[in-house]
Design a binder for this molecule. Structure first.
Ligand SMILES: NC(=O)c1ccc[n+]([C@@H]2O[C@H](COP(=O)([O-])OP(=O)(O)OC[C@H]3O[C@@H](n4cnc5c(N)ncnc54)[C@H](OP(=O)(O)O)[C@@H]3O)[C@@H](O)[C@H]2O)c1
Length: 242
């Protein structure tokens, strides 16, 4: 029996994404990832691990279909070469977006072969026109963003640009550096974490000391749901001031 319905929790959300965009001028951000019981999202060498059960993957695809866009980091693209489509359920494919400050994407990446949606590559404004043209000729669309303090894509600027393009909701699927950056920037409105009954000893979701998290981030309200062998944690982050 399918015990992994997304509707229960989504329907109880306090705001809908269009209302959110109108009010905040940025999309609603859902961070979603799978981790082992010991908190690993990949191997220690940053190689892909298939963690989620099929039932959880179906749920993930439902959430994808309910989002306007999916965001991943360039290292996830290099490790997994994903398509980011909705395959396990019926529903629309969200807009794929890759954070790729220096346009490292290989021209043979599978995302560049999609014909239904042009991949959007968010880079910084330090890239030369030749590289941008080469990538756009392969079918992607480059979005130039401001640099953050680490010379990477500035997330508030990216979200503002996505809002201007009418993107109302995004699903951030990883990997660890991208999730850490969204949390550090407090640009997370809800979290969906799939907890898988495995012990891996691999890459933790925070791969560096995350600035300003510590005791300041609580998940509240939080709901747990079983999904095949996995547990799905649905939560809203609650930021506390010192
Ligand atoms: N279990 C799961 O649910 C799950 C989901 C997704 C991925 N993964 C795994 O996670 C691993 C990859 O994670 P990762 O931490 O190595 O890399 P990542 O988070 O996928 O990508 C990080 C890269 O994105 C670019 N980037 C651009 N702007 C950024 C910003 N503001 N903040 C952070 N990054 C930014 C940076 O490269 P530039 O400086 O070159 O732009 C950065 O090195 C893979 O093994 C993958 O399989 C697991």
């Amino acid at each position: 029996m399918d015990n992994c319905r997304k509707e229960d929790w989504f329907d109880r959300l306090p705001v809908q994404s269009q209302e959110f965009l109108d009010r905040h001028h940025r999309p609603l951000v859902t961070v979603s990832y799978a981790q082992s019981v010991d908190g690993s999202i990949a191997t220690r060498n940053r190689e892909q691990l298939q963690l989620s059960s099929r039932q959880s993957m179906v749920l993930t695809h439902r959430i994808r279909a309910a989002s306007d866009a999916i965001v991943i980091g360039i290292n996830t693209l290099l490790a997994d070469n994903p398509l980011l489509t909705v395959r396990l359920v019926e529903g629309p494919n969200p807009q794929p977006i890759v954070l790729d400050s220096n346009l490292r994407i290989p021209l043979q990446a599978r995302l560049l072969e999609r014909t239904d949606r042009r991949c959007w590559l968010a880079c910084t404004d330090n890239n030369n026109a030749g590289r941008i043209n080469g990538i756009e000729n392969r079918g992607a669309e480059v979005i130039r963003c401001r640099c953050d303090r680490l010379d990477r894509v500035d997330l508030p600027n990216l979200l503002q640009l996505l809002g201007e393009r009418g993107i109302r909701s995004i699903m951030v699927e990883g990997g660890s550096q991208v999730i850490t950056s969204f949390i550090e920037a407090r640009l997370v409105d809800r979290m969906i974490i799939t907890i898988v009954p495995r012990l891996v000893g691999g890459l933790p979701v925070f791969d560096r000391p995350a600035v300003g998290i510590g005791s300041l981030l609580r998940l509240n309200p939080v709901t747990y749901q079983s999904c095949g062998p996995d547990i799905i944690l649905w939560a809203q982050p609650q930021w506390q001031e010192i």
